[in-house]
Design a protein around this ligand. Structure first.
Ligand code: XIL
Length: 390
C-alpha cells in the first residue's frame, strides 16, 4: 500500500467514524468509547479509522469460559451470533419464539460498547424441521410458506428492533458456477420464486426501518477466480436497488482457503464496485483455512501455510480498509479450538483458520491485522531532512 493510499484511507476513516458513530448510537443508545480496551487491541486500533472489528460469538462459551469472554469483550466492537438468531433457534416450533440467547448477546454487546450484526433471516440452512417436513409432506402450501416467512421475519426483526446495526437479511442464494445465478433449486426460491428475496428485505425494513439491511454471500469479491459470482451478485443488488427494495449493503463472508490463492486487489476492486453503486460493504465471516494434521492440534501440514494464512487475512483486511464504505470486518469465531472449519472441512482435514490458536494464543494473523490497523490509522511518517521530497 503506498503512502497516498494510506493517507486516503486515513481521510476516508474520519468520514466513516462520523457516519458509524451515528448509526451506533441509533442501534444501541450506548456511547461506544466507554469500553476500556487496551490501546493495541484490534477494536481500539480499528476505531481510529472508524472501522468496526468483529467476531462471531458462540453462546455456549460466552459468559461460560472467562478467557473466551475476555477476548470477545477486549478485542472486538461488533458481534454476530454464530447460530442463535437463525430460524432453528428462534422459532423451533410454529409460532413459538425463542430469543433468549439472542437477548443475552445483545445485553453483552451493550455492556461492552459493541454493536450487533443480526444473522440471518432467509437462508436454506438451519431451518427447523417443522417447516421442511411440512413442505415435503404437503401440509404447508407455498402460499402458507410465504406467510410463515413473513410472520417469522416480522417477529424476529421487531423483537430486536433498535438493537441490531446490520441484518444479514438474505444469505447464500447464488450458484458457484460460471456464469453464476440465483440457485433455482434453493429451498426458498424453488417454492416462492426469486422475488422472495426482495420481499424479505421489505418485511425486515417495515419491522425496523433503521437497521442496515445486507445481502450476504461467500466468494462474491473475486475469490472464485473468474469473478463470475461477484458479477452476478452485483447485477442482482443493483436490480433490487432499481426496484426500490430497501437494501443497504453487501456482505462478503470471506471464507478463504490457502490452497486456492487469493487476490486482495481483486477483492478491493469488487468491494469498491459495490460501494460505488451506493452500497455499504462488510467482511462478515472472515477465516482462512488450511490443511492441518488433526482437528485438535491443527498444526498446518505445509510449512508455507503459516505464512500464507496470515498473509491472506491481512490482504482481506487491507481490501476492506482501502474502501471507506467497508464498515465492519468480522472473523467467524474467536479461536481455532471453537471454529466451524475442522468439523465442516474434515476430508481432507482443514483448520488453523482464525486469529487465535487452539489454546487461545494470538497467531501471526492477529499481529498482522494489528499492524495493518496501525498503519491505516497513522499512515507512514513523512521523510524530512536532506534529499527528502517536500
Ligand atoms: C455455521 C456455524 O459456524 C456452525 O456452528 C453451524 O453449525 C453451521 O453454520 N456461512 C454462514 C454461517 O452464513 O451462518 C455458517 O455458520 C458458516 C457458513
Amino acid at each position: 500500500m503506498n503512502i497516498r493510499r494510506l493517507v486516503a484511507v486515513c481521510a476516508a476513516g474520519v468520514a466513516t467514524t462520523l457516519a458509524v458513530s451515528t448509526a451506533a448510537s441509533a442501534a444501541t443508545g450506548a456511547e461506544n468509547n466507554h469500553h476500556s480496551a487496551s490501546s493495541d487491541s484490534l477494536r481500539a486500533l480499528a476505531s481510529k479509522v472508524g472501522l468496526r472489528i468483529g467476531t462471531a460469538v458462540d453462546m455456549a462459551k460466552l459468559n461460560v469460559d472467562p478467557s473466551y469472554t475476555g477476548l470477545v469483550a477486549d478485542q472486538f466492537n461488533v458481534v454476530t451470533p454464530e447460530n442463535v438468531m437463525k430460524w432453528d433457534t428462534t422459532e423451533p416450533s410454529p409460532g413459538v419464539y425463542n430469543y433468549t440467547q439472542g437477548d443475552q448477546l445483545v445485553a453483552f454487546a451493550r455492556q461492552h460498547g459493541q454493536l450487533v450484526r443480526g444473522h440471518t433471516l432467509l437462508w436454506h440452512n438451519q431451518i427447523p424441521s417443522w417447516i421442511t417436513n411440512g413442505v415435503s409432506a404437503g401440509t404447508i402450501s407455498d402460499a402458507q410458506l410465504k406467510e410463515i416467512l413473513h410472520q417469522h421475519i416480522t417477529s424476529e426483526v421487531s423483537h430486536f428492533k433498535g438493537k441490531i446495526w446490520q441484518w444479514d437479511v438474505a444469505n447464500e442464494f447464488f450458484t458457484d458456477s460460471n456464469p453464476s445465478s440465483i440457485n433455482p433449486n434453493d429451498f426458498w426460491v424453488s417454492h416462492l420464486g426469486s422475488g422472495i428475496i426482495g420481499d424479505a428485505f421489505r418485511w425486515a425494513h417495515e419491522a425496523d426501518p433503521k437497521a442496515l439491511l445486507f445481502y450476504n454471500d461467500y466468494n462474491i469479491a473475486g475469490e472464485d477466480g473468474s469473478n463470475a459470482k461477484s458479477d452476478a451478485v452485483y447485477a442482482f443488488v443493483k436490480q433490487l436497488q432499481a426496484q426500490g427494495v430497501p437494501i443497504d449493503g453487501v456482505g462478503n463472508q470471506g471464507h478463504l482457503d490457502t490452497q486456492y490463492g487469493f487476490s486482495g486487489t481483486r477483492m478491493q476492486q469488487d468491494l469498491q464496485r459495490y460501494a460505488d453503486a451506493g452500497f455499504k460493504v462488510a467482511i462478515t465471516e472472515a477465516d482462512v483455512r488450511t490443511f492441518v494434521n488433526n482437528p485438535t492440534d491443527q498444526v498446518p501440514i505445509d510449512n508455507l501455510a503459516q505464512f500464507a494464512q496470515p498473509y491472506e487475512f491481512s490482504q482481506m483486511l487491507k481490501g476492506c480498509l482501502a474502501v471507506s464504505q467497508c464498515i465492519s470486518f468480522t472473523t467467524w469465531g474467536v479461536y481455532d479450538g471453537d471454529s466451524w472449519i475442522p468439523g465442516f472441512f474434515s476430508n481432507p482435514q482443514e483448520g488453523y483458520a482464525l486469529l487465535y490458536d487452539v489454546n487461545m494464543a494470538p497467531k501471526a494473523a492477529y499481529t498482522d491485522l494489528q499492524q495493518d490497523l496501525m498503519l491505516a490509522a497513522y499512515g507512514a511518517p513523512h521523510r524530512t531532512g536532506a534529499g527528502a521530497l517536500p
